[in-house]
Design a protein around this ligand. Structure first.
Ligand code: F6P
Length: 568
């Protein structure tokens, strides 16, 4: 237990420092330093990070830097980039950086340079995406492809779906892209209803090719295609697979020639840079896909080389550690003021929560401090009319990231000014709040009315109005002091999106190092899968189990209730 980071002197110093800073309002920190924006903002690779609206001082950063040093962050960054097997519970490297290693420097796995294989898959993706886009790849009846359906879940869905959505402005005009992930037949069924089998291409994306949801959806899609086209041979022209499991892909009935490979050193939630990005490449072109890789590589270089306190992902990671472990913040909001990033919060949920939702350290000890936060969010303007009330006046500390595009993908007069003014207004209001005096003055309640109440010198109407406003007063006060980061870029291009995604990936890595946990495994998803596999046969057989209880009484009760009411 002694090697828990929480037992080091810096951790104790941070606890003491937090006690002091907890009493300080962000508006006071700004009052103390008119250059706070200059002191607490940083630019790299087309991104600006303003972290001045955080409950930190330069002493906080010095202590957090010391913590990172105690956690050996710099050594861990080297190990990540050298391809060491830092995913210790699965004995694998975590080499998503190799997938976008545009410098092509050799990176070894088990003594072998993996870059030739990475480049070969990129070349195969180029050939295939070009062929689909220019109409050379045709369906079994000779028609060009118009619809791409990606069937996958988790990392084999969220990353490509988010990127494809975000880069809609770059889509090929003939092509439409669908992402089917949920095993509820409504998802695939609704999608198939919109499709013409002769012009549809299915991409089955699964790292393991064992994921139940994906395989059930893939089987149904295959059957639909065969039924519609009346020909099993059609599968070869309408199905391709992306996987690390060649044999399983063959067993499913997809020719390995139509398989795009990736490797066990690519984690599912870090895989959009691999062949899992194929739907992206088909929709936006391989050139643009490689721009995405270029952007990520640029950010990788920054992460690898910049000193800790001039390093954007390190700063963001340390600030997150500060809130989770020292302020007890349990949640974090992601607020894009760029509508094309609508799926970004959902993508980040997997990246952050599957990576950091852990309580056992790399060396098997139980942590005695809070780790990864619950991540959620929605495009900013929509969120304002839904959940911002809680951010402004609720009881939770909710650190938030504002992500702002200076320019939209569309140019309609008056829109972008409204987006930008709202974004800046919200982070300002969350930081400053509005105290009682300011609220009283904004409501125009005379100070003497507040002190003495109703007053004969005022008319009856005025007295009633001021009485009502005085009753409202506490409800209209804003405490402020809600911390935020603001990330700004000019316009969302593939390159900029690459930098943004790599920034968050590395931020998560920094947090994991500080907390001593492995961000690259996900054992927590196993138990539910196992239990589902024991329930499935009962549901398939449609048998009511009342005597032999294999589960808890609640689960058995629910099972019986459902089975009785199913339409046979
Ligand atoms: O169940 C979680 C998970 O293992 C994720 O980590 C992964 O991204 C997802 O399932 C899909 O896995 P696969 O790509 O192997 O189908």
């Amino acid at each position: 237990m002694d090697n828990l980071i929480s037992h080091c002197a810096t951790w104790a110093a941070l606890i003491a420092h937090q006690k002091n800073l907890a009493q300080v309002h962000l508006r006071d920190l700004f009052a103390l330093d008119s250059q706070r924006f200059e002191h607490f903002s940083i630019q790299t690779s087309g991104l600006l990070l303003d972290y001045s609206k955080n409950r930190i001082t330069s002493e906080t950063l010095t202590l957090l830097q010391q913590l990172a040093t105690e956690a050996k962050l710099q050594e861990w960054i080297v190990r990540l980039f050298q391809g060491e097997k830092i995913n210790n519970t699965e004995q694998r490297a975590a080499l998503h950086i190799a997938l976008r290693n545009r410098s092509n420097r050799p990176i070894q796995v088990n003594g072998k340079d993996i870059m030739p294989e990475v480049n070969a898959v990129l070349a195969k993706m180029r050939r295939f995406s070009d062929a689909v886009r220019n109409g050379e790849w045709r369906g079994s009846t000779g028609k060009t492809i118009e619809s791409i359906v990606n069937i996958g879940i988790g990392g084999s869905d969220l990353g490509p779906a988010m990127v494809t959505r975000a880069l809609k402005a770059y889509h090929h005009p003939r092509l439409r892209c669908y992402f089917v992930s949920n095993v509820d037949a409504a998802h695939l069924g609704e999608t198939l209803a919109e499709l013409d089998p002769e012009t549809t291409l299915f991409i089955i994306a699964s790292k393991t090719f064992t994921t139940q949801e994906t395989l059930i959806n893939a089987q149904s899609a295959r059957q639909w295609l065969i039924n519609k086209l009346g020909n099993e041979k059609a599968v070869a022209k309408h199905f391709v697979a992306i996987s690390t499991a060649t044999e399983k892909v063959s067993e499913f009935g997809i020719d390995p020639v139509n398989m795009f490979e990736f490797w066990d050193w690519v984690g599912g939630r870090y895989s959009l840079w691999s062949a899992i990005g194929l739907p992206i490449a088909v929709m936006i072109s391989q050139d643009n896909f490689e721009q995405l890789l270029d952007g990520a590589h640029e950010l990788d270089k920054h992460f690898e080389t910049a000193p800790l306190l001039k390093n954007m992902p390190v700063l963001m990671g340390l600030i997150d550690v500060w809130y989770s472990s020292f302020f007890g913040a349990t949640t974090q909001a992601i607020l894009p003021y760029d509508y094309t990033l609508a799926l970004f919060p959902a993508y980040l949920q997997q990246l952050v929560m599957e990576s950091l939702g852990k309580r056992i350290t790399r060396d098997g000890n139980r942590v005695d401090y809070p780790t990864g936060p619950i991540v959620w969010g929605a495009p900013g303007n929509n969120g304002q009319h839904a959940f911002y009330q809680l951010l402004h006046q609720g009881t939770h500390l909710v650190p938030a990231d504002f992500i702002i595009a200076i320019e939209s993908q569309h140019n309609l007069q008056g829109h972008q000014e409204a987006v930008l003014s709202n974004a800046l207004a919200q982070s300002h209001a969350l930081m400053m709040g509005r105290n009682t005096e300011e609220t009283q003055s904004a409501l125009d309640i005379p100070p003497h009315f507040l002190q003495n109440g109703a007053n004969k010198s005022l008319s009856k109407e005025k007295n009633e109005k001021f009485k009502a406003l005085t009753e409202q007063l506490p409800h209209r006060v804003f405490l402020g002091n809600q911390p935020t980061n603001t990330l700004v870029y000019k316009k969302l291009t593939p390159y900029i999106l690459g930098t943004l995604l790599a920034l968050y990936e590395h931020k998560v890595f920094v947090q994991s190092v500080c907390w001593g946990i492995n961000p690259f495994d996900q054992w927590g998803v196993e138990l539910g899968k196992q239990v589902a596999s024991t329930l499935l046969p009962t549901l398939q057989a449609d048998q009511e189990k009342t005597t032999h209880r294999r589960h808890d009484p609640s689960t058995e009760g629910l099972l019986n209730y459902i089975i009785k009411r199913r339409t046979k």
